[in-house]
Design a protein around this ligand. Structure first.
Ligand SMILES: [Zn+2]
Length: 527
């Protein structure tokens, strides 16, 4: 943690005194500080409250350095606007990623043995002497034995999986990687479409994978008989898989069909998944390895081409395969091992972390006043606003401050007793609120007209007299950011007091210097 503090001080200096744009500041913060502070968290994180608090404080400082929001800003909006993850989600994400990485290691890899065998391979696959079959001690939360990393990791991943892991996970093996024994063709969209349409029907098998809302997956293939009749096959997979797995299943099945025909005619298998095609290029350990190995083995006896075709482009073969795949996904899967695929585990991990971040934000926001809750509206994607990310620091920080309501405006300054009243500096009349500054103050009439024109240009509805909290809508709408930043640039709305102003000016002058330092930081950070 001492090393992390040193890195942090240095980076903080870089961000604050040299006015790095928020996007760059965020990159440096994540690369230089978080990587040091979270080093080894995969191994030590088990919910320790003190460590969690320490890391959250670090994240808050980082968020302030990135956004330029004020010290009084509540943590929810602060961390959310910086596009950072709260401490708990960050630690969980790191650990979950570690577990899925362990699971995708080859069977005999020593690191993989950290995880309980009954978790990796399912109950019935446990080797004698390792753990008795059915021993799922890791799954028992009341287990009082000494803390075991493997049990902890297994329990954590199992708790976020929306499927039953009792039959283990897709496994991988160490193998000398081979290239696909045939052609693989991925042409740009229009050319790929033309190539697919001009293909002789006697040589083509169409394949597709599908995933229903309820999580069930299926694969489908379609081809034309010499007489012109369409033949199809569907493969129901059930839960615990992704479209990626289904696509690969489809290709393997299509290769089987071609192999059974038994003549030496070349065959082309067409599918619309670039991810699956990329997987078929090699047989290295990782998600989908077993199916890639199968595909390679069958293709050795064929003249096969794997070809990408754009999906939903009205190509008959692709549409038919898609339909069959959807039907198959609705059917119960056949018997056989029900291992959870690695792709499924990875997606479940990403979704769990997103949910955790949202839950945290909702809880943080619920602690704010009713008024605060109405005004602050986070954007949908959990990321730094892309327009504010590249804006000059002094401008972006005013935008972020307004968004949270903790800004250099009369109402807030009066509230925190930095100012005797809340009078508007612009017109001297009204209460200086965000609403007043953006939509009412006479002082900014012209600038406001331009703001409204800019909003319209960017496709954002301008506020009407009937709208109740237009500032919440505009500040929560990514398409409005550009216009708002321009409005701020042309006014002194929410411009900090004199001493803060001087800092802002110095920061502006130092912008260029900051860029060089950043490049240096990225070089050394990555090197
Ligand atoms: Zn005013």
């Amino acid at each position: 943690m001492r090393k992390a503090r040193a890195a942090e001080n240095w980076v903080q200096h870089l961000c604050l005194s040299h006015g790095l744009a928020p996007g760059l500041a965020r990159q440096v913060q994540v690369a230089a500080v978080q990587s040091v502070a979270l080093y080894g968290a995969e191994l030590w994180w088990q919910g320790q409250k003190d460590r969690l608090a320490g890391i959250q404080l670090m994240i808050n400082r980082q968020a302030r350095a990135i956004t330029g929001m004020l010290k009084t800003t509540p943590v929810g909006p602060l961390v959310r606007e910086a596009g950072l993850a709260p401490a708990e989600a960050l630690l969980e994400a790191r650990q979950l990623r570690y577990t899925t990485r362990l699971l995708s290691l080859p069977e005999n890899h020593p690191a993989k043995k950290i995880l309980p065998v009954s978790f990796r391979e399912g109950d019935q696959h446990a080797q004698p002497g390792e753990q008795t079959p059915g021993n799922r001690r890791w799954a028992d939360s009341s287990n009082r034995g000494p803390w075991s990393l493997g049990q902890h990791l297994a329990r954590q991943l199992a708790s976020i999986l929306p499927a039953d892991p009792s039959e283990g996970f897709e496994s991988t093996i160490q193998t000398t990687s081979s290239q696909f024994p045939g052609q693989i063709e991925v042409l740009p969209g229009p050319e790929a479409l033309a190539a697919a349409q001009s293909l002789s029907p006697r040589l083509a098998i169409w394949s597709d994978g599908s995933r229903l809302e309820n999580g069930r997956c299926g694969a489908g293939i379609a081809w034309q008989e010499p007489g012109g009749t369409w033949k199809t096959q569907g493969i129901p997979l059930g839960k615990g898989y992704e479209v990626f797995d289904a696509e690969l299943c489809g290709v393997v099945q299509a290769l089987w069909v071609a192999w059974k025909v038994g003549d030496q005619r070349p065959v082309t298998i067409l599918l619309d998944s670039q991810a699956a095609i990329a997987r078929l290029r090699h047989t290295q350990p990782g998600p989908g390895q077993a199916l890639a190995i199968q595909a390679h083995a069958i293709a050795k006896g064929l003249h096969a081409t794997i070809q990408w075709v754009p999906g939903h482009a009205g190509v008959e073969g692709n549409e038919r395969a898609d339909q069959v795949a959807k039907q198959a996904a609705g059917k119960p899967p056949g018997r056989g091992p029900k291992e959870i695929s690695l792709a499924f585990a990875c997606r479940a991990r990403t979704e769990a972390v997103t949910t955790q971040k949202q839950r945290w934000l909702t809880k943080e926001l619920s602690q704010r006043s009713q008024q605060g809750q109405r005004i602050y509206r986070p954007q949908k994607n959990w990321r730094l606003d892309p327009t504010a990310a590249v804006a000059p620091k002094h401008l972006a920080s005013r935008y972020f401050q307004l968004k949270s309501g903790h800004a250099a405006i009369g109402e807030h300054l009066h509230q925190i007793q930095a100012q005797e009243d809340a009078t508007c500096k612009g017109c001297g009349l009204s209460r200086e609120t965000i609403h007043h500054l953006l939509f009412e103050c006479r002082r900014w009439r012209h600038q406001r007209n331009k703001l409204y024109r800019d909003l319209e240009l960017d496709g954002v509805m301008r506020p009407t007299a009937a709208e109740e909290h237009p500032q919440g809508r505009l500040l929560g709408e990514p398409r409005a950011t550009r216009a708002l930043l321009q409005f701020l640039a042309s006014t002194s709305v929410a411009l900090p007091r004199a001493h803060l102003q001087r800092t802002a000016e110095r920061a502006r002058r130092d912008d260029e210097w900051g860029l060089e330092a950043l490049e240096e930081a990225i070089r050394t950070g990555e090197g």
